[in-house]
Design a protein around this ligand. Sequence first.
Ligand code: PLP
Length: 363
Amino acid sequence: MTNQTLLLVLMSSKQVCWEKFARYFEVELKDVRLKKDYYVMDPYEAVEMVDENTICVCAILGSTYNGEFEDVKLLNDLLLKKNKKTGWDTQIHVDAASGGFIAPFLFPELEWDFRLPLVKSINVSGHKYGLVYPGIGWVIWRTKQDLPEELIFHVNYLGADQPTFTLNFSKGASQVIAQYYQLIRLGYEGYKSIMENCQANAKFLTEGIKKTGRFDILSKDIGVPLVAFSLKDRSQHSEYEIADNLRRFGWIVPAYTMAPNAEDVSLLRVVIREDFSRTLADRLVEDIKNVLKYLDARPPHIIEAVTEALVEKDPSLKSPEESKLDVIKAKAASAVSALLEPHSEKSLRAWKSFALPKTNGTC
Ligand SMILES: *Cc1c(COP(=O)(O)O)cnc(C)c1O
């Protein structure tokens, strides 16, 4: 290996933690760009980008954007071939933050883990589908030898030898205990039935959203139980307007754009967790329909006029980025909505009557 910057290859739609890692540890990230209608890393392209300074290729099991799983098996096979040809020893890390607690229960046949010889380490977030409150995450190495001894610190001032390998400092142990409790309490069967339930509710919501006829579904059947969807026709309304108006019904549904090369796609995302029931899914579909009906009935020229007025008042809002204008437009649209029909009180009351009787359960 030469004395150059170390590289890590991964897809451009990565979670922000990778950018932090790269900056703190002075590792350079090489992005595999997304393509139109293909929102995960292309294993062929990733392996192509591997060079002698590449420390590993990071596969993501469960894209933050649309929940899709990358093809880790294909990546493994292609990389094996490349390693054999070049004599290098590039390995794979799997960022299974969401997928790590899903794939083993819903898709046990899917090979993405230590069954593949090049997978050296896997991270998973306990506070996502591990079903623990924030924030706890895990990393597992293939063998003990893969975690260098010099990264482990031994302290004895607590009365016994305590090996510690963490990047943060003193921290409560409550999440570790909570995770331990969940693992013992639920076991494999318990996690499986919860994940199946999430999957069924995600399907139910997907169908409901599809049936409106207004959206394309960007999430996949094999992936994280979430529904990512975008408008088929963005000429009248944007996803930002839908998100903004859903708030009036008590829903916070994020709207955002895809990573570079697919950033003209904006989408909405609903992540289905354990406590997202079918009744809630039903209600969300109804509220999306209400929002659409409501948006359709609004005179678009008033929104245009308010948008223009907003931009005129503050020229810094005028940005070459399309998405920024969308955000302003959504704000303008909300202002117009509030003027035309002050029914937010009504929906708030409806929401409260639905949510208040619930006395147990977590979020
Ligand atoms: C959430 C997420 C992370 C970050 O994990 P935290 O445990 O929340 O810090 C990393 N990668 C992906 C793909 C994620 O979805």
